[in-house]
Design a protein around this ligand. Structure first.
Ligand code: CP
Length: 312
């Protein structure tokens, strides 16, 4: 298969084709085996990634750092920019140019939508978007999520996927909804309080790709038909206190919700969760958010680094 990731940025899932996703997933499977059999290898020895995180992160940051370590490479780990010259007023352009001179790939998370795309213009090395703004994207998380769905069900087309919660400020579901349009028979549903419903640009994207979808306020009606229940966090950091008070707690997944679901369905959340899935659900066979979804984040990011840096 043609490796179209080689030397390229990953800013949005828009440019990805089914073949690209299949290639990435094939390599992700190999990375899981590699980690389990040998812990890693030295394929990326001599390569350095710079992780520039202008916003907090546990999983995305750590899995990229772990991924490069397991492949024998090095890293510049900036989880928060407050101890860099950004605090002295250095411009974004200068920061990007400096770290791209030190490294072979930049991973950037930023509170302003569009910033990773801007970084790609300043950078001499590929840029991966690790989450931008309140209505931007989180392409690697969506790829991890899609991989987890495919791993569980074997096939993605025709699945009934329901995304629930704050959909207005959630970049992983933006990217996942777009990515799922690669599967023409996918059945998409969304449930959110009106104030934080699906963003206009995602609705337009789905319409352009001729993917119909349904919206619910009472999602429990369709729960017995759902294969994937994807739950989001209410993003307090991106809204007023008043809006947070209005929407927080609108959707709580507890045992009574799970009991309505198909036996072979799964419950996903890219984490962190703040109360929207009760801990009593964690040991349910359908819950993959603290197990497969997290572990796949490492394997998929290892595969992606290999593909972009040309080491497959
Ligand atoms: N899933 C995710 O993006 O988590 P972090 O914010 O901890 O990176």
């Amino acid at each position: 298969m043609n490796n179209r990731f080689f030397g390229h940025d990953l800013i949005s899932v828009d440019s990805l084709k089914r073949d690209d996703v299949e290639l990435l997933f094939q390599e992700t499977g190999k990375m899981e085996k590699l980690v389990k059999d040998k812990g890693g290898d030295k394929k990326l020895e001599g390569k350095i990634i710079a992780a520039l995180f202008y916003e907090p992160s546990s999983r995305t940051f750590s899995s990229f750092i772990t991924a490069i370590q397991r492949l024998g490479g090095g890293f510049i780990p900036l989880n928060g920019m407050m101890n860099t010259s950004v605090a002295k007023g250095e411009s974004f352009a200068d920061t990007v140019k400096v770290f791209s001179a030190y490294s072979d790939l930049l991973v950037i998370r930023h509170p302003q939508e569009g910033t990773p795309k801007l970084a790609a213009e300043y950078s001499n090395v590929p840029v991966i978007n690790a989450g931008d703004g309140s209505t931007g994207e989180h392409p690697t998380q969506a790829l991890v999520d899609l991989y987890t769905i495919k791993e569980h069900f074997g096939e993605v087309n025709k699945l009934q996927i329901l995304m629930v919660g704050d959909l207005a400020h959630y970049r992983p579901t933006n990217s996942l909804a777009k990515l799922l349009t690669l599967y023409p028979d996918i059945q998409l549903s969304f449930a959110a309080p009106e104030q934080v419903s699906l963003p206009k640009h995602i609705r337009e994207f789905l319409a352009e790709r001729k993917i119909s979808f349904r919206e619910y306020t009472d999602y429990k009606k369709i729960l017995p038909q759902v294969d994937v229940l994807y739950v989001t966090r209410v993003k307090k950091e991106y809204m007023s206190e008043e809006l947070y008070r209005q929407v927080q707690g609108s959707y709580i997944i507890d045992r009574s919700v799970v009991e309505c679901m198909k036996n072979n369905s799964i419950i996903m959340h890219c984490l962190p969760r703040v109360g929207e899935i009760e801990t009593s659900v964690d040991n349910n066979i359908r819950a993959v958010y603290l197990s497969r979804q997290v572990r796949n984040g490492l394997y998929l990011r290892m595969a992606l680094l290999n593909l972009i840096l040309g080491k497959i």
